[in-house]
Design a protein around this ligand. Structure first.
Ligand code: CDP
Length: 208
């Protein structure tokens, strides 16, 4: 079974996708990390993040094993990732490895922005995870503080609004719920409540 989990920044989709993968015994891919790797590789090569030609080369040559996950999770790389993610050549260059992952026998859980709409439109279970910008900013603030990154709540809220606008406004694979997705608003839910709701949604989809 393939489970697609999409949603905006800091909506809780990563936590939910990981928990769903553990619950159903499926492999898990955080597709945001792929875009973050491209952004990181651009930075490491000294390229301007808006240089689409350089990004086109990097997306076909970067080595997934070359990056420590911790070097990808920062605030600045998230922002840079959303810039390269708007480039059609970057999105195209990452499609095959995502579909290969999803095509494993038994299935997989993938989280991102366009899993249910573009990467795995046939997935039997699609969750679109949302929360208000304020709740998402508070979550991201806590996560970054845990990593020792200093940032104000207002600065993070501004980041989130800018990223939402960029991710939803791009012409290629914009962030949006698939027509057959189940929307899960986690604003007022604890992690355990959100996990229980997500499992209930997937079980209902599996039951047909
Ligand atoms: O954790 P957070 O939601 O902040 O970021 P992420 O999921 O790691 O994604 C970083 C950026 O990559 C997003 O803002 C998107 O622009 C882009 N992305 C995408 O376009 N498509 C995906 N399937 C995953 C991420």
């Amino acid at each position: 079974m393939v489970i697609a989990v999409d949603g905006p920044a800091a909506s809780g989709k990563g936590t939910l996708a990981r928990r769903l993968a553990a619950h159903y015994g499926l492999p898990y891919l955080d597709t945001g990390l792929l875009y973050r790797m491209v952004a990181r590789a651009m930075r490491d090569a000294g390229k301007d993040i808006h240089d689409a030609e350089a990004a086109t080369v990097i997306v076909s040559t970067f080595d997934e094993k070359a990056f420590a996950e911790d070097s990808l999770r920062g605030r600045e790389i998230g922002e840079a990732a959303s810039v390269v993610a708007a480039m059609p050549a970057v999105r195209k260059g990452l499609i095959d490895r995502q579909r290969r992952f999803a095509g494993q026998p038994g299935g997989a859980v993938l989280d991102g922005r366009d899993i249910g709409t573009v990467i795995c439109p046939e997935a039997p279970a699609k969750l679109f995870v949302t929360a208000t910008p304020e709740v998402r900013a508070a979550r991201r603030h806590k996560e970054l503080a845990g990593r020792g990154e200093l940032a104000t709540f207002d600065g993070i809220l501004a980041d989130i609004r800018r990223r939402d606008a960029r991710d939803s406004g791009r012409s290629d694979a914009p962030l949006k719920a698939a027509e057959d997705a189940d929307i899960l608003d986690t604003s007022a839910l604890t992690v355990e409540e959100a996990v229980a709701a997500a499992i209930a949604i997937v079980d209902a989809r599996r039951a047909g």
